[in-house]
Design a protein around this ligand. Structure first.
Ligand SMILES: CC(C)(COP(=O)(O)OP(=O)(O)OC[C@H]1O[C@@H](n2cnc3c(N)ncnc32)[C@H](O)[C@@H]1OP(=O)(O)O)[C@@H](O)C(=O)NCCC(=O)NCCS
Length: 157
């Protein structure tokens, strides 16, 4: 079950300078999401992690052009129990030439469960990396710090 809404600017034209834009969704953990310990299965959480990052990328790039090239980190800080409602928040915090870097934060009742980054690449019809022309403007202190972290990940490739 997924509920999504946008905070900040709405979707605007491609190939522009855009402010960091959060996209937030929620899921309730159901029996089919559990592992053999009866807690949220890491594979399911990873699926939701990538999906929410993809939704952030799709605020800036045509969805059909986006591929995931790297999940930089996923650390599970505590087990998530059935019936708990998890909040997934993602935003593109850095843009390279053909790539963008999303920060993804998963929390339950304000407690952080997972935080990490994913790099997505804008590709053409043949699946080749293609310049997107997007630049990302970080304004808040939090977003400036996330942008610096994402830039380091980008530069370490
Ligand atoms: C994504 C893909 C097109 C990149 O191809 P490539 O030959 O590495 O292309 P480039 O060398 O031109 O790199 C393109 C961008 O990807 C980034 N990139 C490449 N490898 C990366 C890695 N391992 N980690 C992070 N970023 C990476 C580069 O930094 C570059 O970014 P920039 O243009 O913003 O500077 C190719 O690796 C691919 O098709 N991978 C499979 C994608 C996929 O199937 N994903 C799962 C389904 S969504």
């Amino acid at each position: 079950m997924i509920f999504a809404y946008l905070i900040g600017q709405g979707k605007s034209g491609k190939g522009q300078s855009m402010k960091v834009n959060e996209i937030v969704s929620h899921r309730i953990v159901m029996s089919e999401d559990l592992n053999h310990h009866k807690t949220l299965y890491a594979g399911r959480a990873a699926e939701w992690f990538v999906e929410t990052g993809l939704m952030a990328a799709a605020q800036h790039l045509p969805a059909e052009n986006i591929v995931c090239v790297k999940i930089h980190e996923m650390t599970f800080k505590r087990p998530v129990l059935p019936g708990e409602i998890i909040r997934l928040c993602s935003k593109i915090v850095f843009a390279g030439r053909t790539s963008v870097v999303a920060n993804i934060d998963i929390s339950v009742d304000g407690e952080q469960m997972v935080n990490g980054f994913i790099t997505f690449v804008n590709v053409d019809e043949e699946g080749r990396a293609f310049p997107h022309g997007v630049t990302i403007e970080a304004i808040s202190e939090e977003d400036i710090l996330l942008q610096e972290e994402a830039r380091k990940l980008y530069e370490s490739n």
